[in-house]
Design a protein around this ligand. Structure first.
Ligand SMILES: Nc1ncnc2c1ncn2[C@@H]1O[C@H](COP(=O)(O)OP(=O)(O)OP(=O)(O)O)[C@@H](O)[C@H]1O
Ligand SMILES: [Mg+2]
Length: 582
């Protein structure tokens, strides 16, 4: 139970509802465990004994009314109990799912990239669902069943002490502890299986997600059959695990029933020999049954606890993952916008420990510099740029802006001063206007349109029948690559931040559009520190500082004129492209 202590806060929020459910559950238990046997004991002798023949109709009805009254109480209490528990369950589910989603926003990019989106979705949907189901089952039967057991055992004890000759009936209860063995056995088996099932559910969801995001590749490479087979294999594995769990889970009820039948059989034998009268026998029989039934249900409940625990473990994979990239304890307060003077001080970085991607990179970039990063693919250009907004934290050295370590600033303050157009920009499935607006949420319509014009996006947007209200589709699937890039550029312009990172931001554009954007950039970048990563040298020739990356190091830096004269790698990259007509 200590295992669940960190989550008690979720229950605290629904305390009132749970107390209501508890009271209703107690009433239900009393009505079932003690009420029913008591009723049989009251009703039977009055109707079937010798004096019973003298009953008037009113008396008869009053006696018979016991039956519906007890069931009414039991029914209303049971209903209230179930409803309130359901209510508490969905509230807890909602809160947990909210926290899970929130956590995914705060976790470092590196963590998200290590997971598959299908699995993360499955944890957020299927595992929270399983947890809610387990919680409601626990709350449902966790109150009702012990209460019923208590009521029935109470009645039996009371009968045993009040009626002569039936004291030994308590012996029949002695079999109850036997039930613990199958319950524990099945529970242990089920825990391992439940974890397998939930993980497999993640893999199946992942097959879906990956397949849908690669819909084009599937068709282009004729992978339809291969994908279907792979899906069938994952799906088959899920069924296999589910059946393994079912094998154990379904074992429990019959095992417990056999044990309880044994208890009832002993009662038969004993009652016959002790000459127990019929009405007492029926009452005892009902009470006994009423005490074995909760044991059976508590056994099934134990299975549910195991399933819930395994779901919780999967959620904890996200809940307990360290946030790593967070606000510092005592952030440096920014009085105004950053100027954008950057320094990389002996910066090293590795995505995986032991495999450095940047080696002691050391460079100073004055504020307002247009700085171009060039070099072969995989040399570390994007990685270098991603250290500025702290998408990742350096593993050695420091990145400073205006002389302040980026780790000393609040993340929100730092990132508010940076605009990024990434190598493969993603648009939200929303209107073009709203996609532009995320650049700066408080921008006016005029500012949004001005940014779109600067990125040469306005022309094509206006040609859509819905104009700025055009929906771009998932990840921007309904617009062309070049259009998507221009929207991404426009929202970066709108941000109007002192530091601008353009990672292959114009790679999808034809040379004419690119030239137009270059011209626009000339005005937009005045006074800003700009990192431009581009393979096309037309884009970078005019940069005031060019950094040549080679295998995670800055091999050379300077202007085009400097580098073309002195650096062999730069000259090779440049001349190759010109030979190709780039
Ligand atoms: N998220 C990641 N996890 C692990 N390794 C990565 C990750 N991103 C990049 N790498 C590796 O880091 C190295 C540098 O990658 P980076 O993206 O910085 O190269 P780049 O210079 O931008 O290349 P390109 O011109 O092709 O975009 C590469 O070897 C790459 O495989
Ligand atoms: Mg790159």
């Amino acid at each position: 139970m200590r295992r669940f202590r960190p989550y008690l806060s979720y229950l605290r929020r629904v305390r009132g509802t749970l107390i209501g459910a508890l009271l209703a559950g107690l009433l239900y238990g009393a009505a079932t465990g003690a009420g029913l046997p008591l009723m049989i004991k009251q009703v039977f002798p009055r109707i079937f004994s010798a004096e019973a023949t003298d009953l008037t109709l009113t008396q008869l009805i009053l006696i018979a009314a016991w039956l519906p009254i007890i069931f009414l109480i039991r029914g209303v209490a049971g209903y209230l109990n179930s409803y309130l528990i359901q209510l508490a369950g969905v509230r807890v589910l909602e809160a947990m799912r909210f926290d899970y989603f929130r956590r995914l926003q705060l976790l470092p990019l590196a963590f998200i990239q290590r997971q598959t989106s299908g699995d993360l979705i499955s944890r957020g949907i299927a595992d929270t669902n399983q947890l809610q189901f387990s919680l409601t089952s626990i709350a449902n039967d966790g109150i009702k069943q012990p209460a019923t057991l208590l009521g029935a055992v109470g009645f039996l004890t009371w009968t045993a002490f009040n009626e002569q000759g039936v004291a030994l009936v308590l012996v029949c209860l002695a079999l109850i502890p036997l039930c613990a063995f199958p319950i524990r056995y099945v529970g242990k088996k089920l825990m391992a299986r439940a974890t397998q099932i939930q993980a497999q559910l993640g893999s199946v969801t992942d097959r879906f997600a990956e397949n849908l995001s690669a819909a084009r590749e599937v068709r282009a490479f004729g992978l339809e059959d291969r994908q279907t087979e792979r899906f069938a294999a994952e799906s088959g594995r899920l069924i296999f695990f589910q059946m393994k769990a079912a094998k154990y889970a379904q074992m429990l009820t019959p095992a417990l029933e056999v044990i309880s039948a044994l208890g009832l059989a002993i009662t038969f034998v004993y009652s016959y020999r002790a000459n127990v009268p019929l009405e007492s026998f029926l009452a005892i029989f009902t009470a006994l049954y009423a005490s074995y039934d909760p044991v059976k249900k508590l056994g099934a409940l134990n299975n549910e606890v195991k399933r819930g625990t395994s779901a919780l473990e999967r959620l904890e994979h996200v809940f307990k993952a360290p946030l790593e990239i967070t606000d510092p304890a005592n952030p440096v307060e920014l009085k105004c916008r950053l100027r954008g003077e950057m320094r990389f001080n002996q910066v090293s970085f590795a995505y995986q420990t032991g495999q450095p991607v940047l080696h002691k990179v050391d460079i100073a970039i004055p504020a307002g510099t247009v700085c171009a990063l060039v070099g072969p693919s995989g040399a570390g250009k994007s990685t270098f740029a991603h250290l500025v907004p702290r998408f990742y934290d350096v593993t050695g050295g420091a990145v400073t802006v205006d002389g302040i370590d980026v780790r000393s600033l609040r993340l929100a303050d730092l990132r508010a001063n940076i605009a990024v157009v990434s190598q493969d920009p993603v648009l939200f499935n929303d209107t073009i206007y709203n996609n532009l607006l995320i650049g700066r949420l408080d921008a006016s319509r005029e500012e949004v349109l001005a940014a779109a014009r600067a990125a040469h996006a306005d022309e094509f947007i206006r040609q859509f029948p819905q104009g700025y209200d055009t929906i771009v589709g998932e990840r921007g699937a309904l617009v062309s690559g070049g259009q998507k890039q221009r929207i991404a550029l426009a929202r970066a312009f709108l941000r109007n931040a002192p530091i601008l990172i353009l990672d292959e931001a114009t790679s999808a554009l034809d040379s004419q559009s690119e030239q137009m954007i270059q011209d626009a950039l000339q005005h937009l970048v005045v006074g800003k520190t700009v990192f431009i990563i581009a393979h096309r040298f037309s884009t970078i020739r005019d940069a005031s500082l060019i950094l040549v990356f080679e295998q995670g190091r800055i091999a050379a830096s300077g202007t085009h004129a400097d580098l073309h004269g002195t650096n062999a790698l730069y000259r090779r990259l440049y001349d190759n492209q010109h030979a190709l007509g780039g």
